[in-house]
Ligand binder design. Structure first.
Ligand SMILES: NC(=O)c1ccc[n+]([C@@H]2O[C@H](COP(=O)([O-])OP(=O)(O)OC[C@H]3O[C@@H](n4cnc5c(N)ncnc54)[C@H](OP(=O)(O)O)[C@@H]3O)[C@@H](O)[C@H]2O)c1
Length: 335
């Protein structure tokens, strides 16, 4: 643990995972007031150390007693762990920021993107949910347009990086790329098919409607975050062989007419977003360049030729940051 010089005792559940690693980096980078960090993991990683502010801190195995004396607990260890341990963390007096989807639709749990509905944090009762990563990236561009033109519905397709499925999926893509180079058959464990040199129109489990759970999150979570119960989103989520940063192609229909020039003006001023829209110079957002960046990027703006008052655009953002760790720390800063 880190020496006691700053105010908050912080637990990170899932500190040895992809999001946990980024949480530690974001806390360091933003100078969050930390008195002590307690990294938590499963028995698998017991003894592993994580680095924080120049110290190597041994990760501890998560247990029912992990939260004594903790002020703030970040959860990023999957839904099952959140369901079981978030109540214990709250009972021990910690405020929880949860990255899983378990509590996102509970009416008394604020679901927050600070640039959009930061005020909702005030309603919290010891638990705040972090939104789905694809939804977060898409809303960073959609919400400012909604404020200006009133969104009715969207059609969208996502291009989701493997790091969205955690550290093991990053290894899976890497080993499949190596296998391909050596003309060996690829081994698929995390995904049902090889992801290297492929795209999978399958993210999360299928629902009876034919959509996946992931695909419905943009509509369901978008309604809560934008305070827009009529919002409709028909989404196809696709896993692509990209290591990091999700991209989303969006066609949106608005209440009011929208021109590309007006949309540019709105998006250029939006917090947490950069307008990269010079297609004639081959400049548009790409995951290779949004990976590792706090800001999301939006570009390829054009009037949608099939929708009334429609605008099509392309948004890309680091889902480990804006879709998870950065957003979670921004929520903690609001607190
Ligand atoms: N990756 C993303 O882009 C992203 C974005 C938004 C939200 N999320 C959510 O964040 C969570 C973590 O995702 P991730 O991508 O970081 O996954 P990950 O790389 O697989 O990491 C999972 C973490 O959870 C820990 N863990 C797993 N089972 C545990 C158990 N029984 N007890 C204690 N710790 C346990 C793991 O510890 P060990 O090292 O011991 O296995 C590891 O630290 C998930 O709920 C995911 O849906 C992820």
């Amino acid at each position: 643990m880190v020496s006691a010089t700053k105010p908050y005792h912080i637990a990170i559940v899932g500190a040895t995972g992809a999001v946990g690693f980024e949480l530690l980096r974001v806390l360091e980078r933003r100078g969050f007031p930390v008195k002590e960090v307690l990294p938590l993991c499963s028995a698998r990683s017991a003894g592993t150390t994580v680095s924080f502010q120049g110290n190597e801190i041994p990760a501890r195995v998560l247990s029912e007693d992990s939260f004594q004396g903790i002020d703030l607990a970040f959860f990023s260890a999957g839904g099952g762990i959140s369901r079981q341990y978030v109540p214990l963390a709250r009972a021990a007096g910690a405020v929880v920021i949860d990255n899983s989807s378990v509590f996102r639709m509970e009416p008394e749990v604020p679901l927050v993107i600070p640039e959009i509905n930061g005020n909702d944090v005030r309603e919290h009762r010891g638990l705040i949910a972090n939104p789905n990563c694809t939804t977060a990236v898409a809303l960073m561009a959609l919400y400012p347009l909604h404020r200006a033109f009133g969104v009715r519905r969207v059609f969208a397709s996502s291009y989701q990086a493997v790091s969205g499925s955690g550290a093991r999926a990053i290894k899976e893509l890497r080993s499949q790329v190596e296998a391909h180079a050596q003309e060996r058959p690829p081994q698929a464990e995390i995904y049902p098919h090889p992801i290297a040199f492929n795209v999978l129109p399958h993210v999360d489990g299928f629902l009876p409607s034919g959509y996946t759970k992931e695909e419905m999150k943009m509509q369901n979570e978008g309604r809560r975050i934008m305070h827009l119960p009529q919002f409709r989103a028909s989404v196809t989520c696709v896993r692509v062989p990209v290591y990091r940063a999700h991209s989303v192609a969006v066609s949106a229909e608005f209440e009011r007419p929208v021109s590309v020039e007006e949309a540019h003006e709105v998006l250029a001023k939006a917090p947490g977003l950069e307008l990269v829209d010079e297609p004639q110079n081959n400049r548009y957002p790409m995951p290779l360049f949004t990976a590792g960046k706090d800001n999301c990027e939006v570009g390829r703006l054009r009037r949608d030729c099939a929708l009334e008052n429609g605008l099509s655009f392309w948004v890309s953002g680091d889902q480990l940051l804006k879709g998870a760790a950065l957003n979670a720390v921004q929520i903690a800063e609001l607190l």
